[in-house]
Design a protein around this ligand. Structure first.
Ligand code: NDP
Length: 315
């Protein structure tokens, strides 16, 4: 007979792995479905310095590996499958992947978010050819070169600081005249001699033939257009946009209530508007998207899923 899990968790970032740990530890049959690899966004983060207790070996992949081991230790199953469709209309929920179809009494959505693109000409064509959204993954390619970091939030400024370990010069380009990043992070960046700033500036275009060779700026106050071209000896430079994130919830549209931006609406118990379907982590509408809030969401969702199953299904 086809297996019906107690809990299916879609996504294996910190929220999904924490939900898996709590769910399996409560002796519920638990399946964690992951698209590519575990960890979600922290899988590409060099340092998770603000997760309580993560002082030594605080890399994203290190933390992820420990979370995966812990979820499995308690009996969570994991499968790699890209989920393409869900049917939450009946008591037994159906989750369809590219490879298989899965069934469960409850579902926890923990699909997270993805970097927002700049949406300018040249961006798509030159991604991976000078444009990167992951400093940890690609900083090394820009050793002794110039690098532009786009954005003024925590990610932009922290990653800019990290990039100074590799690049000759890091230039933060921000659309306003003050940073959004936490003051403590700003102070570090202002002190760093390798970091310069370009204020009130938007990106208009990225140029290059197979590799980044130029970037076109527009001053938002004066309207002036300028272009930076690669140093002749270097031939190229790096561009790292960190301008926020987008929720990964397209497959749940019209099935689950979301806000205008596409973040899933839940109550404090992680319940969505559909009974038996919960959401946890960055995919939720919330005020702080951090590992510490994601793992907390995951734990709450799993405990609530257990309560829901107890109250809804007769053994
Ligand atoms: P944020 O949304 O905080 O910042 C995005 C930045 O990009 C802003 O400066 C914004 O400008 C700028 N921006 C947005 N859209 C565009 C655009 N189209 N063109 C140019 N610039 C644009 O995103 P982050 O990724 O930095 O952070 C996300 C969340 O994660 C936050 O809550 C943050 O605090 C948290 N975080 C915390 C870290 C830590 O504490 N160690 C590390 C990394 C992230 P503007 O300021 O004008 O809106």
């Amino acid at each position: 007979m086809e297996k019906i899990y107690d809990v299916i968790i879609i996504g294996s970032g910190p929220a999904g792995l924490s939900a898996g740990l709590y769910s399996a530890r409560a002796k519920m049959s638990t399946l964690i479905l992951e698209k590519e690899k575990s960890g979600g966004q922290i899988g590409t983060t060099n340092e998770v310095a603000n997760y309580p207790g993560s002082i030594e070996n605080a890399t994203g992949p290190g933390l992820t590996a420990r979370m995966v081991a812990q979820a499995e230790e308690f009996g969570s199953e994991r499968k790699k499958d890209k989920i393409v469709e869900v049917d939450f209309s009946d008591k037994i929920k159906i989750v369809k992947g590219e490879k298989e179809e899965y069934k469960a009494k409850s579902v926890i959505i923990a699909t997270g978010a993805t970097p927002r693109l700049m949406g300018v000409p040249g961006e798509k064509e030159l991604t991976g050819k000078g444009i990167s959204y992951c400093a940890t993954c690609d900083a090394d390619f820009f050793t002794d070169l110039e690098v532009f970091v786009i954005g003024g939030g925590d990610s932009a400024v922290e990653e800019a600081i990290y990039l100074t370990k590799f690049a000759r010069k890091v230039i933060i380009v921000h659309r306003r005249d003050e940073l959004r990043a936490a003051k403590s992070i700003q102070e570090k960046a202002f002190k760093n001699k390798k970091i310069d700033f370009i204020w009130n500036t938007a990106i208009e275009e990225i140029k290059g033939d197979g590799i980044v060779e130029g970037i076109v700026f527009k001053n938002r106050e004066t309207g002036e257009i300028t272009e930076h071209v690669a140093d002749e000896e270097d031939g190229t430079f790096g561009i790292f946009p960190f301008i926020g994130y987008l929720p990964l919830g397209d497959i749940f549209k019209e099935k689950i209530d979301m806000d205008k931006a596409g973040y899933i609406l839940t109550d404090a118990d992680m319940k969505t508007n559909v009974a038996g379907v919960f959401a946890a982590g960055d995919i939720r509408q919330k005020s702080l998207r951090q590992v510490v809030t994601a793992v907390s969401d995951g734990a709450i969702a799993a405990v609530q899923a257990e309560k829901y199953i107890e109250n809804t299904f007769d053994e």
